[in-house]
Design a protein around this ligand. Sequence first.
Ligand SMILES: NC(=O)c1ccc[n+]([C@@H]2O[C@H](COP(=O)([O-])OP(=O)(O)OC[C@H]3O[C@@H](n4cnc5c(N)ncnc54)[C@H](OP(=O)(O)O)[C@@H]3O)[C@@H](O)[C@H]2O)c1
Length: 316
Amino acid sequence: MADKKIIAVVGATGAQGGGLVRAILADPAGGFAVRAITRDPNSASAKALAAAGAEVVQGDAHDLDSLTRAFQGAYGAYCVTFFWNHFSVETEQNEARNMAQAAKAAGLKHVVWSTLEDTRKYVPLTDDRMPTLQGHYKVPHFDGKGDSDKFFADAGVPTTYLLASFYWDNFIHFGSGPKKGPDGAYALTLPIGHAKMAGVAAEDIGGVAYGILKTGPSLAGARIGVAGEHLTGDEMAAALGKALGNTVRYNEVEPAVYRSFGFPGADDLGNMFQFYRDFESVCNTTRDVARSRQLHPALKSFDAWLAVNASKIPLD
Ligand SMILES: NC(=O)c1ccc[n+]([C@@H]2O[C@H](COP(=O)([O-])OP(=O)(O)OC[C@H]3O[C@@H](n4cnc5c(N)ncnc54)[C@H](OP(=O)(O)O)[C@@H]3O)[C@@H](O)[C@H]2O)c1
């Protein structure tokens, strides 16, 4: 372990960070060791990471000192923030600022920062094609991350900007999967028109991050999107139907209809899907599938993800 480069992973018990922890542990000859950061080293998921071979340390994104301690002595870090825990851009930006400052204080050689586009560069607040949310944002959970890029750049931390895409796992955990309609048929409801949307197996985000860290600080400053496939609503519905052994149709709705669904974050997600729809080329050029696969050869297509995960998708 002493001669290995330590990667400190924020969000290690979660989807993105967990994928990176497992990618590093699966490659013992790769020259890297992993330090999993968790708020609670005694939780079952933290103990499972320790049992799998990770060093586990305490750290909280809202506590700069704890993060600085957790980054100390590491070579690099994976930084991800937790918008859906609080729905606050200001809180998320505080998390990102703390990570950048801790990375600077610890003198890290390479950081991968999980960001997204600041959509206001494409849809200014004066553009009324989608509503402005929380007074300052178009897609709050994108804009706050994009705006936080400056914390890493201004601190002079060698940072690769990783842009994730829509997790297919949302069909399992986030309630985004097919729903039975009044006619008894299953429908996948999304406001993406006929655009191809970038999607990914959440686990593969960590795999791509590992590819970036193995490539090294020559990728500092690069913006690298992650996608397993770009698919239309019709294509996702057809693949889901095949894997589930049920007919699933794509139920295209307008973003305004999606925003009105009323669940927490529906307005943010409605604007996000509209961004994927209206800026299809921008989103998919950034999230290049071939580049993702080059960095992570085991990258899954949607069919490959479904082959493992379709049985976990809740159907009512
Ligand atoms: N869902 C999507 O399709 C999608 C797509 C692109 C980007 N994203 C972004 O992904 C981010 C979330 O990443 P994820 O999906 O990997 O998260 P996740 O699976 O929800 O897990 C996050 C982990 O982070 C830890 N955590 C939470 N608050 C923390 C804090 N204050 N300090 C330190 N650790 C904390 C928790 O671990 P402990 O309990 O062990 O501390 C948790 O296990 C969000 O910002 C979201 O916008 C999501």
